[in-house]
Design a binder for this molecule. Sequence first.
Ligand SMILES: Cc1cc2nc3c(=O)[nH]c(=O)nc-3n(C[C@H](O)[C@H](O)[C@H](O)COP(=O)(O)OP(=O)(O)OC[C@H]3O[C@@H](n4cnc5c(N)ncnc54)[C@H](O)[C@@H]3O)c2cc1C
Length: 439
Amino acid sequence: MSSTASGKNGTWRNWGGNVVTRPAREVTPASVDELAEALRRAAEDGMKVKAVGTGHSFTSIAATDGVLIRPQLLTGIRKIDRDDMTVTVEAGTPLKRLNLALAREGLSLTNMGDIMEQTVSGATSTGTHGTGRESASIAAQLKGLELVTADGSVLVCSEKENPEVFAAARIGLGALGVVTALTFAVEPVFLLTAREEPMSFDKVLAEFDELWAENEHFEFYWFPHTGSTNTKRNNRSAGPAEPVSQVAGWIEDELLSNGVFQVAQWVGRAAPATIPAIARLSSKALSARTYTDIPYKVYTSPRRVRFVEMEYAVPREAVTETLRELRTMIDGSGLRISFPIEVRTAPADDITLSTASGRDSAYIAVHMVKGTPYQGYFTAAERIFTAYEGRPHWGKVHTRDAEYFAGVYPRFEEFTALRDRLDPDRLFQNDYLRRVLGT
Ligand SMILES: Cc1cc2nc3c(=O)[nH]c(=O)nc-3n(C[C@H](O)[C@H](O)[C@H](O)COP(=O)(O)OP(=O)(O)OC[C@H]3O[C@@H](n4cnc5c(N)ncnc54)[C@H](O)[C@@H]3O)c2cc1C
């Protein structure tokens, strides 16, 4: 997987292949000063600006036909502070590099998402999350942030310094400025024991509250057209480490999760009628396993099958009802869904436009393999999610607009007022932000 999104002949293309743009200019600043200069030049030339990460968003949130700021030269660890237990990194640092560097220092983030290809700034800007009972998104682990705003000035913020900016800019959607450095809370590296186990969909729904309450990190994948799920429970462990062996890891993660899954997707795309049978086989391919390892090796794994995704956060207490409706919709629709549906949770946090802002949340993610029509499925799923005041992931496909967000985010106007203050001329505007935040 390439470390940054790119396209051909001057185009920029996201990982999912569903967003393609042609920026007028590309800049790869190597310092905060060079970045500030690039912003000043763009403003003088009357051009819009967008900083991108690795293009792992499925929405056009990172798209621009103006100046594209690439992250490659703003990478690396600035400082590890063992008294405060924080690490400060340059904004373009890939999560993978951060995780490896922290592990070498005997440190770790508390929680993370499914992959670690994204940049730290890209991941936090859209609210990237894993699953957790007490521990929340990657942005919720931030202690500080450095931002270059539209006028070229550098703004440092934390709970104590510019707290109103910190409240919003941790998940800033690229709308408030260009993030140049992020300070994360870290902890001594720890071990997690992962228990992966098939379980019936009805049992997971019936016992969801207990499964959530009894585990630090509970998630599951449901295979549509079947009554089967794969559950995953990650809990801290005193050890010893018992990693997945290289051979078993290759068979389970590469061959079954990526290789066989890819073939199943090709067959399903060519002959949609076979999908329910393939789904039944896929749901049985992975058997139970238990392993113990350091956090990033348990939380993340490679995703080689390209797909397009929609994910909504609904109030946690509504998750089983929402999933039952989703099952009824799929069963009655004639849709053929070959990709499992992923369900995760997050506790309420205090970030203005976090999908879990002020609300204990459950995430439901629907996927379609790249190249297959997804609109019918996603539209029907979105109708169900929005009936529960769902909040879409900012980086995953959705059709909501500013009017909708004003209704589901109690602090929406706090964010737009800050944007008016920091970017009155809309240097960081693009079509996506016009839709979700207003002009
Ligand atoms: C295979 C795959 C797996 C995924 N797994 C998960 C998951 O487990 N959990 C989850 O929540 N999401 C997941 N996602 C979604 C992904 O984490 C987010 O879309 C994330 O934002 C992508 O990061 P990126 O570095 O590619 O940023 P991009 O998509 O390139 O950009 C995202 C946003 O960040 C802004 N941005 C980037 N850099 C800066 C900067 N320096 N200053 C200001 N703004 C900036 C951009 O302008 C844009 O608004 C996944 C996506 C894929 C493709």
